[in-house]
Design a protein around this ligand. Structure first.
Ligand code: B12
Length: 313
């Protein structure tokens, strides 16, 4: 397969609305695999046992598609109009990624369209993924030249910052790998300093302390010492991303699907009083709904306590 095939796939991906496209071999590389093993061995994944369950799959995309020769890595920008750094005074804050339509749905639709186009045009074998399978999306996207993994561990693109959702198409087409981007974090420590719970060391995260994990993924009650540090965050956290210099000057997303589907509440009571049905309706089609009513109410209680403590009530 030739560079022209890759160019044609890139053009079609852009036409379908992807903002970033690149190609890599279906192998995240030995460094990424060693780092993943260390992350799990040190227990930094907390209660996300599913990361261990399919470790071999996660390290080797060929387990999911033995005929794969290449992976097409794709990104869609969800950059907000306003940097959320100043949202500290809101009664409750939902992270940027969860305010719009669920990216799994938005990306999947486009990934399937691209895969169908590749299958029709080249009789290619194809499989699509976006955070839906054990795949190391960030290292693969870095190898495909979409950006580099910043000190906060997320992928940073020179053009879109780290407000970039990732997805991929595994294929048996042989596509020439793109040139990886170099690390451009330099001496910057802003994300490390900004993390309220100290979850980040350069290029390493301890999910057990990450507010995103504590408010979304963890099945356990939030430990009291960490709850105090969560401030007004009730679903995910953007603190490490919002201070990143690479996120300052990026254009806002052009995808209307990622525009906020709900406003912040006037006061916590507004959301705290929602029953399960009202919650599902209010957060329909957004990632918040996936977290479930009970979990969200617990997070609101924490934000309420933090607000009271701050007011000296
Ligand atoms: C598990 C997970 C989480 C966990 C753990 C986060 C993490 N960093 O692992 C939690 C719940 C905390 C989480 C939070 C968030 N997530 Co998340 N998450 C994932 C998931 C499912 C797997 C990530 C993974 O493999 N982690 C394993 C560890 C080992 O990887 P790592 O921390 O990136 O470690 C790498 C480097 O740091 C480095 N490294 C590790 N140790 C060391 C040591 C040294 C010395 C060096 C030099 C390097 C190094 O090598 C490792 C391998 O590349 C991916 C989807 C996917 N399938 O990939 C989405 C994904 C990473 N998440 C995403 C998003 C958007 C978020 C949030 C921004 C959401 C939010 N606003 O709340 C936050 C960001 C928090 C953060 N700073 O990471 C996006 C990121 C997009 C991007 N541009 O990078 C992804 C790719 C989903 C997607 N398809 O778009 N997430």
């Amino acid at each position: 397969m030739s560079a022209e095939t890759a160019q044609a796939i890139e053009a079609e991906a852009k036409r379908l609305g992807f903002d970033a496209v690149g190609f890599a071999l279906p192998d995240p590389g030995s460094q990424a695999k060693d780092n993943l093993r260390a992350y799990l061995a040190e227990g930094r994944h907390g209660g996300m046992g599913w990361m261990e369950d399919r470790l071999e799959w996660r390290m080797n995309p060929l387990m999911m598609m033995p005929s794969a020769k290449s992976i097409v890595m794709l990104g869609m920008s969800y950059a907000p109009k306003h940097n959320p750094q100043n949202d500290v005074s809101l009664p409750a804050r939902v992270s940027v990624y969860a305010r719009g339509r669920d990216y799994h749905d938005v990306m999947k639709k486009r990934l399937k369209a691209l895969a169908r186009w590749m299958a029709d045009g080249w009789k290619a074998d194809v499989k699509v993924f976006t955070d839906t399978a054990p795949l190391m999306e960030k290292p693969l996207a870095a190898l495909a030249g979409l950006g580099w993994q910043g000190k906060h561990t997320n992928l940073v693109s020179r053009k879109h910052g780290s407000w970039l959702f990732l997805g991929s198409v595994l294929t048996d087409l042989e596509l020439p790998p793109s040139k990886p981007e170099r690390d451009r974090c330099g001496n910057c420590q802003r994300c490390i300093i900004a993390c309220p719970t100290g979850a980040i060391a350069p290029y390493r995260i301890d999910a057990r302390r990450c507010i995103s994990y504590l408010t979304i993924e963890s099945k356990e009650p939030v430990p009291a010492d960490l709850a105090k540090l969560m401030g007004n965050k009730v679903f995910g956290c953007d603190d490490c991303l919002s201070v990143c210099p690479w996120n300052k000057l990026v254009p806002p997303t052009s995808h209307s699907e990622f525009a906020p589907r709900f406003d912040p509440p006037q006061n916590i009571g507004e959301w705290r009083h929602m029953d399960e049905e009202a919650f599902r309706k209010h957060f329909a089609q957004t990632p918040v709904r996936r977290a479930g009513h009970r979990r969200f109410m617990d997070n609101l209680d924490i934000a309420q306590k933090n607000a009271e403590a701050q007011d000296g009530r």
